[in-house]
Structure formats: C-alpha cells, structure tokens
Design a protein around this ligand. Structure first.
Ligand SMILES: [Zn+2]
Ligand SMILES: [Zn+2]
Length: 821
C-alpha cells in the first residue's frame, strides 16, 4: 500500500449517510435532529422506444449513450407526438429533456426533407439564458443530421439573428425576447412561425405569481400570431414536482394540458433529516474533529456504523429552548448552524453543497465554515462560495473543481438551481426553507451519485414556516399542498399585453375570448385612454412608440436607482415601494454585502444617494397601513366568522424610522416625510365579533395584539399553500375596520391587481389557518419570536404582539369551521 500523493483529490469515495448523520447529531447536538426520513430507492421503470421516432434521432440518442427510455419520457413523448399539449412534472435529473426532444427532433428531421429544408420549426423557452445555453449544448452534442439549433437572446449579434430567423430549426430563447422582439417583429419571423410545430417551456413552475400572469398573457399573444400564419403549435412543458401541474400548465397556455407525473427514472436512497438549531448561547456544541477521524468509521462497504439506522423514520421531541422575549431570536441562525455542519462534513471529506437564501448568507456561511477549519488550511481552502452571476467559463471551472474534488464544501444561493450542472455530491445542507417545496427537492436532488446513497439536511431558520416544517415532516415527505398560482385575468398585467397584442396584429372581436372574460372591458378602457383606436376591422395601437416597451415581464414597476455619492456610480435598483421602507433618507442599506447610508431619497428623480460605510446601527422603517374593501368576489360564513376574498385598496405610508444597535436597543426615532402609497390588489380577510372574541378568551384590550400576531403568522405560512415568497404578501389587522365594523384580519397580494396567492389561501382557508395555529402553538418561545409571530418586515416594530391571544383567536376561528358542527 502506498500513501496517496499530496495532490490527490480531497474528497473521499464511499459514503454512509446514516453514520454521517449519527456523527453530526452526537453528544450535545442529539436533540437538534428532529426527524429522519429515508427516501426509498426507486427502481427504473423502462419503456420501449416509440416506433415513430425518426431513425436519425434514434441513432443520435444511441450515440449519446441513451439506449432506453424511462416510462415518463415515453408517455410525454407519445402525447406530444400525437399533438396533445403535455406537461412533465417529475424529479430533478429525471431526463425530462428527452421527453420533448424525441418528438421535437423527429418533427424537425422529417421536415428537413421539405423543399425549403425547413418543413418544421420549434421554439424552446427557458427562464434564463444559462439554461438555454445548456440545452443548446445538449442538442449540439447529439448532432442530429440536418437539425440547426441556435440560441437567440439579447447577446446574439444582429448578423447572426437574421440567419437564425431564416434557417434555424430549433430556436432556444427566453420569454423576454419573445415579448420584446419576436412578437413585435413577427413579419421577420414569418417563415419560422409558419412552420412552428412545438413550443417547449422548460422549468415552467418558475412562472408563478405576477411573472406567471405575464407569461400566460405572452403565450396567448404568441398563439394568436402563430394562428395568423396558420400554425397551431403543440406545447410541451417541463416542471418540477408541484401540486396539480396540469392545472398550472393549462392556465399558463390557456389550453387543456395533459400531465405526466409518474417518474420512471431510478433514484438511490436518500437520508433526509430535519434539523433545528440549538439555543443561541449553546453554540454548535463540540468542535469539528480534525483530519476526519470519525469519517474513518463509515466507508461504503461497511454499512451503517453507530446508531444510524435507529434514527430513520423517527421524529424526536422538541428541545427545550430558553425563552428570550422581545426581538432576540430564541435559537441560532440557520446560517451559523449550517456553516458548522458544513465544516464538520468537509472535515470528514464529505462533498457537500450548502444552500442559503441570500447572497449575504452564502458569504457568511462559507467564511464561517472556513474559520472553523482554519487549523486545517487545505480543507479550509476547499470551501468555496457561489453567488450566481458568473461567466460561463467561471461556471465550467466550478463544475470541474467539484468533479475533481478540489472543492469539498460549496455554499450557494439557489442561482445554482438553474444553469450549472452540479450533481453527484454526497450531501446537501439547506439553510432555511428555500421558498417552495419544488426548490427544496431540486436542491436536495443535487446529492447522490449513481449507486451511492446521499444525505440531505434541512436546517430550520427562525421563521414560522421553518418551525412548522420541523414539527410537521409530512409537509416535506407527504403529498405536496402548495400549488403554483397565477392569475391570467389580472387586469394590471393583461391590459398592457392586450395593447401589445393590438400593436402586433389588430385585435378582433373573436380574438378577445382567448384573453379571458375581462378582455372586452379592458380593451374599451384602453380605447378611452387613447391607447387603442377602434376601427371597423378591429382595435389598433394608436401611439407612435412601441407597445411592448410599456411592459416588463419580470414585473417591477417604478424603480429607484441607488447611486453612490462619491462616484455617481449606480449601485443597483430597488422598486419604489421598497425604496420607501429600505432606502429612505437616513436608511442603512445593505446592497450585495456592502453597507451604505442613504443621504437622500429623491422620488422626483428616482434616486437614492448613498455613501459607503457602516455606522454600527441598523434602521427600521415605521409605517401606518389601512385598507378599504372594494368588493368581495366570494365569501362564506363560519358561524359568526365571515371569510371573504376580493378586491381591496391598501394604503401605506412610511412615517419614521428607528435606529437600533445590534443588541436591539433603540437609539433614536426620526420622522420622514414620504407620500402615502396605494395598492389596488386582491386579498383574503375575515371578521370576528368582539363579544365572540371575548368568549374565546381574547378581551377587547387584547384584540390588537392577538390579531396582529395571527396576521404575521398567517403571512409566514402562505408559502405552504401557494408558491409565494413571504415578500410577495402583506397584511393588515385592525381591531375595528371602518368597512366591516368589526375586528378584521386581512392578507393581500403585494402586486397591483393581485397574483393569485390570496385567492389560493381563501380556497384552502381552513388548512392554511390550521397550519398557522400549529406553527404558533408549537413554537417553544414564551411570548413570541421570529419563529412564530414576529415579522422581519413589520412596519410597527412588531408592536403590539400577543402570542397567547393569537393562539386563542385562531383556535376559536377553527372551532367554527363547518365540520366541527
Ligand atoms: Zn416563537
Ligand atoms: Zn406587523
């Protein structure tokens, strides 16, 4: 036996997830392990090649090493080939690409014998340029004879653009380009569109909320322009696993879409742990072993060592946490805890990626892990941070370093979800709920090489949803409850798209149907505003500028630029609503990890002037909020409780800000003179009679605190039922609402016109409130913490909050639910 040379890869081969987990959860950390679930291996379900696949395509697949199909690939390919719109919703790395490439490439090859050499074309849409580039590389590697594929995006030189339009069979692009270029200039694309057989929409679960509403409108415009050229393409969509993917895809495309959801690809076993960080003063408990001593105990051949297999499938009682009332978190942050876990794993040569929710979190995670490893410089140097936004060469270099084992620990944001091929790692750490269950599984799916089991550890952040997840493992391991919502009828989104559609081709009466029931009313309003002109042959764009320039698909309205005072350099932008609360005069603003003080916010010019520097305090905007009920669209009564969904106007005014020291001490309150902002949107709200609340144990004087606390927790639980960010949602609670005359709690979509989140919450109201109650009740703090009822974006400085009152209020509301009578 010889010792390996010093330059040998650091990462080990052979990995036992259960023993690794047992080591992580040893000693004082035992009680942080809250649940272990064994995700079973799944055998491959194979399917025969369809006989309709063109022999050239078959040969190209064989050349690329693909000789058999998984059942879902066959099912989707058959449906698409037969002309049915189809969505594949299967796991990460389940080979969804092949499901659409078989019918698409077959159609393209068959079409290439046409006199023009281009009898059929296909359009591939992805949310990012990076993903389109990866798909192009895949198609080019297959080298199907006669198929010309090209990416077409903002970076494509104009001399290439023309060639692509005139000659490419497969164009890979993004929705923004379809909106700004392909549709407005559709005459140039006529030969391509005339032959358009397939539209592939990859990663379609990304199109949710307002972005989803934009894409829905865009696809209706595309269908209409295609129809003008006599084409009616088949839509093939790929999605992460979500609830009801067929419904989501049908709403996006506006046509019935079949769903393929049974995943036929094989999967190795994965040990999935839910981890709750310890109390703040406990630290991590124990030091990282040096040199991977405990790693020696678990080579792949030996099977589980230690108590590993006893852990599986069990939940553990919650640990006792010392209560720290007020603003102080009760437990360590997910980032610190994940950094310590990462250091331990790296120390044991377990190749691991740790996902954090923000760029700043990624930096903190990586540097903290390196610090813990500082007595082992070679290991410390094998920890890297990936923040996204890198050049393709840098991404490829990163992939290489991971493959070769030069990097053992990588901290990353979810930017990694798209566009970088990082797979086959041993372990994945998730520091905080990644936003959606789909993202959670997508990130966890980064672990696992062929033939080897893997480990995933979810580390709970101080957040009601994370608290709920560690107490309710079924949220992760049971059937999905969150659905991908979008509202194709949002008038704020649809109206400018109708204008853009009219600019592409005059709108006719018969066209309006595909744009939904409100289209006619919106078109009339556009005529009244002089944006469209009605003529006998239809509605025309009446202005001299470009209609598409009035819409941004990514949905931000007015933006404020953050400008460095010394250099005049634009550091970044922030939407106007956020500027009021985060970039007001005097705000301490953290931008990409650097701290600035805003010296002046000028709303006239849309600039916030800032100087670099950290004053040692943070600022918290204070605001007043109120809302008017415009009209309930739907409502129901639970005994004395009235629950409604409908249109509201939310008024918000940032009135002052607090300066606070890191310990939470307030060192000053400063008034601000900012205008009130009004948001017209959709909301779910419920009212409760005062006497009924009193009978439930919430005295009149306690109503503001109880309602406020219930509102915060309900907002925090929204991502459980709809794929939203906490930041997509707002809420207002009041002890006496002028419209309802009653104590009222309201939760609204934070985008003009709504985005579908509140509607979904109304639809699953009981489940949503039950989960909210559970999150608050099961949090072990005494009087409220960020894990239950405190909110990081509260405009009232989290005052007043009554945790116990919120529990009594929510229990009483749920007792009125119909089946309880
Ligand atoms: Zn709490
Ligand atoms: Zn609040």
């Amino acid at each position: 036996m010889s010792t390996p040379p010093r330059t040998a890869p650091l990462a080990r081969t052979g990995f036992d997830p259960e023993a690794t987990l047992a080591a992580l959860a040893s000693g004082p950390r035992a009680e942080r392990l809250r649940h272990v679930h064994e995700v079973p291996a799944r055998p491959a379900s194979l399917a025969a090649w369809p006989d309709w696949v063109d022999p050239c395509v078959h040969a190209a697949c064989a050349g690329a090493g693909v000789t058999s199909l998984w059942s879902h690939q066959r099912e989707a390919a058959d449906l698409a080939h037969a002309g049915s719109h189809v969505v594949m919703a299967t796991g990460t790395a389940s080979g969804k690409s092949l499901g659409y490439l078989l019918p698409v490439l077959t159609a393209l090859v068959e079409g290439s014998s046409a006199p023009t050499g281009r009898g059929a074309t296909a359009l591939y849409l992805s949310p990012t340029k990076a993903l389109a580039a990866d798909q192009l590389a895949r198609v080019q590697a297959m080298a199907v004879p006669g198929v010309r594929a090209a990416t077409y995006d903002g970076d494509t030189p104009s001399e290439e653009r023309r060639w692509i339009r005139d000659h490419a069979h497969l164009v890979l692009t993004n929705p923004d380009l379809v909106h700004h270029s392909l549709l407005p200039l559709h005459e140039r694309w006529a030969p391509f569109l005339r032959r358009l057989r397939y539209v592939v929409i990859d990663e379609c679960h990304v199109y949710r909320g307002v972005f989803g509403s934009h894409l829905a409108a865009l696809l209706r415009r595309l269908r209409r322009v295609c129809a003008r050229y006599g084409a009616s393409p088949t839509f093939v969509l790929a999605s992460a696993t979500v609830r009801d993917p067929g419904d989501h895809a049908s709403r996006l495309v506006g046509l019935p879409v079949e769903a393929v959801t049974v995943d036929g690809s094989p999967r190795e076993e994965m040990t999935f742990a839910l981890w709750e960080p310890g109390a703040l003063d406990e630290g991590f408990g124990g030091t990282a072993p040096t040199g991977g001593d405990w790693a020696a105990g678990y080579t792949a051949d030996e099977g589980p060592a230690g108590p590993g297999d006893e852990l599986v499938g069990r939940s553990f009682p919650p640990q006792e946490l010392r209560d720290t009332s007020g603003e102080t978190p009760a437990r360590r942050s997910a980032t610190s805890e994940a950094a310590d876990l990462l250091a331990e794993l790296v120390s044991a040569r377990v190749q691991t990626v740790a996902f954090a929710r923000s760029r700043a979190g990624v930096e903190a995670l990586a540097s903290s892990a390196r610090r813990r490893l500082e007595d082992q410089p070679r290991l410390a140097a094998a920890v890297a941070a990936y923040r996204g936004g890198y050049l393709p060469e840098e991404r490829r270099e990163l992939e290489r370093a991971l493959r070769d084992g030069d990097i053992i620990g990588l901290a990353a944001t979810n930017a990694l979800e798209l566009g970088v091929d990082v797979s086959g790692l041993d372990a994945v750490l998730l520091a905080g709920w990644p936003g959606t269950r789909a993202s959670l599984w997508q990130q966890a799916g980064r672990a696992g090489r062929a033939g080897t089991r893997s480990l995933a550890v979810f580390v709970a952040a101080d957040d009601p949803l994370d608290t709920y997840v560690v107490n309710h493992p079924e949220v992760v391991f049971g059937q999905p409850v969150e659905s991908t919502v979008l509202d194709p009828d949002n008038p704020h989104v649809l109206a400018p798209h109708l204008a853009a559609a009219a600019a592409e081709l005059p709108l006719r009466e018969a066209d309006l149907e595909m744009f939904g029931p409100d289209a006619r009313r919106l078109v009339d309003a556009l005529v009244a505003r002089g944006i469209l002109r009605r003529r006998p042959s239809g509605w025309f764009w009446a202005r001299s500028d470009r209609a598409s320039d009035h819409v941004s698909l990514r949905g931000s309205g007015e933006v404020v630029g953050i400008v460095e005072r010394r250099t005049g350099r634009v550091l970044g932008t922030i939407d106007e609503a956020s500027a009021h609360s985060q970039a007001h005069t005097g705000a301490v603003h953290v931008h990409q990890g650097s701290t600035y003080i805003v010296t002046e916010l000028d709303l006239e010019t849309g600039t916030a002037t800032a100087v670099r520097g950290d004053p040692g305090w943070s600022t918290f905007a204070q605001s007043v909020s109120a809302f008017d009920v415009v009209g309930a669209q739907d409502s129901r009564s639970w005994g004395p409780i009235d629950v409604a969904f409908g249109a509201v106007r939310v008024h918000n005014q940032v009135t002052s800000f607090l300066r606070r020291l890191p310990g939470g001490e307030v060192i000053g309150t400063h008034p601000l003179d900012l205008p009130q902002r009004t948001l017209s949107t959709k909301a779910v709200w419920w009212t409760m009679p005062v006497e009924w609340l009193a009978a439930a144990g919430v005295a009149e004087v306690d109503i503001p605190g109880a309602a406020h606390a219930a509102e915060h927790a309900a907002i925090g639980m929204m991502p459980l039922v709809a794929t939203s960010d906490r930041w997509d949602i707002g809420g207002v609670s009041t002890a006496l609402h002028p419209d309802t005359g009653l104590p009222t709690i309201m939760v609204y979509d934070g985008h003009p016109g709504g985005a579908g989140f509140a509607q979904r919450a109304y639809g699953v109201f009981e489940m949503w409130l039950s989960a909210t109650l559970e999150a608050v009740r099961s949090c072990r703090c005494e009087s409220g913490c960020p894990g239950c009822v405190q909110s990081p974006k509260c405009g009232n400085g989290n005052e007043p909050l009554d945790k116990a009152g919120a529990v009594r209020l929510l229990e009483a509301v749920l007792r009125e639910a119909p089946q309880h009578h």
